[in-house]
Design a protein around this ligand. Sequence first.
Ligand code: UD1
Ligand code: CA
Length: 422
Amino acid sequence: MKKDIAVIILAAGKGKRMKSSQPKVLHTVAARPMLGYVLDLAASVKPRYKICVLGYKSELVKEYVKKEAPGFKIVIQKKLLGSGDALKQAGSILKNFKGTVLVLYGDNPLLEAQALKKLIRQHQQRANQATLLLADLDKPAGYGRIIRDNNNNICGIVEELQANDFEKDIKEINTGIACFDKEVLFRALSRVKLNPRKKEYYLTDVVGILHKQKALIGSLKIEDFRQANGINSHSQLSQAERIMQERLLLALQDKGVIIIDTSSTRVCWDTRIQAGTTVFPFTVIERNVKIGKNCRLGPFCHLRNGVVIQDNSVIGNFTEISRSKIGKGTIVKHFCFLGDSRIGNNVNIGAGTVTANYDGKRKSVTKIGDKVFIGSNTTLVAPLKLGKRSSTGAGSVLVKNRNVPCDTTVIGVPARPLKKKK
Ligand code: UD1
Ligand code: CA
C-alpha cells in the first residue's frame, strides 16, 4: 500500500540575493508568485499533510497562501537559521505521522508533477530512508554538490560556500527536492550542527549524517535539468520567466492557438485563448484575460488585467485594453485605448479612439452597443453610453453622461447629433 505523504514547503527565506524588500517567494513568474506553482505541485501528490514554513514577512506570504491554497497548515520559523532549522519547525505538526516527508523549496517554480511522482514512487518502492532529486548541470555554481564514495554511493552534500576547487567541479547537484522517512529525517535533523561560516543549520547536512548511519540513500536524476532551477537572483528569475513562457505558449499552441512568434509574445499563467485565434508578434497579455476563438491579436497589442475578448474579434496595432469586455466580431484595429468599457458585437472602433475613463479621482464605464461605428480619433469621456447602431464623426469628443441614443450620429466638439437632411 502506498504510504502516507506529508509535504513541507520551505519558504521562510528572505532571498537576500534578490536585494528586494518583497519576500523572494512572492516574486512572480508569468505573473504568478513563484510559491503558487509550488503550492499546486505539493497538492498534486495528494498528501495527508500540507505544510508551508514561512518566516521573512510571514504575514504577507501567509495572506497569499490562505487565498491561493487554504488547505495548507502554516508554520512560522521565527529566526531564519537555515533550511534545516526551517524543516524542524514542521516537526510538531507531524508528531503522530508515520510515512514519507516530501520536501519542496518555495523558490523552485519550474518543477513538474511527473518528476515528483517518480521520486516518490522510487522512494517508497525501494524503501529508502532518503531519496534525493538530483540534476547534472554544466554550470553548477551556487548549488549543493553531490559527494559520492568509491562505490558511487552518496555520502554527503557540500554547499558552494564550503566546497573546495575539486568539489566545485562536480556537476551533479542537489535540487533540494527530496523524500525522507519521517522518523529518520527528524532524528538526523536534531543532530545537524550550526554551520560556522553561514551561521545556519543546513538541511543538506542530513545526508552526511544518514550516510554515517548506513541509511539507504537513493537518488533520481531529473531528465529535464531546467526544472531544477532554484531562483536566488533576478537573473535566475528572468531565466525562469523565459522557460515558463515557452511552456505556456506551447500549451496554447497544442490547443490550436496560432502564435506567430513565441519569442516576442508574453502571456500569463492564467491566460485563456481558444483555438483558431492568431497572435501576432509583440503581444503582451496580463493577468486574468480570456480570448475567444478565431480572433486576431496584435502585432503590438497590450491586453491588461480583466479583459475578455469574444469570438472573431480583431485587436490590432498599438492598442491597449484594460478591464474591458469586447463582444463578438468587433474590430479595434489601430492605436486605441479602451479602459473600463463594455463593447457589444460587430462594433467598429476607429483608429485613435480613446476612452477617457479616469477623471483624476475615479474610473468610469463606457458602454457601446452592438453595431456601433466609432469614427477615427473619437474621444469618449466616461461615464457614457452609446446606443445600438449609433455612430460618431471623426475627431468628435463625446462628453460624459451625454448618452447617444440608438441609430443616432453625433459629430464635433463637444459632440451633438447630426441633423439629418430633409
Ligand atoms: C539550497 C540547498 C542546495 C541546493 C539548492 C537548490 C541548502 C543548505 N542548500 O541552496 O544544496 O542545491 O537549494 O536550489 O538547503 N529557507 C527557509 N529558512 C531559512 C533559509 C532558507 O525556509 O532560514 C528556505 C528558502 O525560503 C528556500 C529554501 O529554504 O525556499 C532554500 O534556501 P536558499 O537560501 O534558497 O538555499 P540555496 O542557497 O539556494
Ligand atoms: Ca535557492
